[in-house]
Design a protein. Sequence first.
Length: 214
Amino acid sequence: MQKVVVIDRYLKARFLFFKWRYSLTLVNKLALCLTMACLTGFLAQICIPLPFTPVPITGQVLGVLLSGVVCGGAFGALSQLLYVGLGLAGVPWLAGGTGGSLAIFSASGGYFIGFIIAPLIIGRWTDRYIGARSFFSQLKLMMLGVGVIYLCGALVLSLVIKSGLWETLLKGVIPFILVDLVKASITAGLSFSILPKASYNGEIDKARYTQRRY
């Protein structure tokens, strides 16, 4: 009985969090955006340089993907705009503790653009469809987000290092696929565990889930 009560409280708590998040004032939503920007900056300090490419393996993608779920589409994108903008302004929380305006012109500059677009897609889809909150739906969304980051990053990388398609893929995409699949799976697991499976904002498919409390 006690276990049932604990689970019920947990389900109710996650529902109330997202209902609260949806109804936040602009100031509080900005505060939540800044919190996720800080989390992304913290995760960016997990940085592993690779000898054959100017693009390192970093942990910041976890924060990028999760920001769309926690903040919603537009504000998830805004959280990453804050992360990137403050990093370019000099806050040393880009990959490996770097910062400054020159980062946007580096080989990793395109990935910053993807960081802003990816949570917008993930957050909007997650907020609008209850059916998008299952583990496998979240995994597909996270992989789509990673794909957007790859696309933006590879396009700019090819311009910076003046490479062809194959060299760009070898230096900007292929070495990171396995690691980013793990990141996408971890983030999908986290988002699945915190997302309510009932309507909190008038979702498009809410009629299919009217029997669910949380």
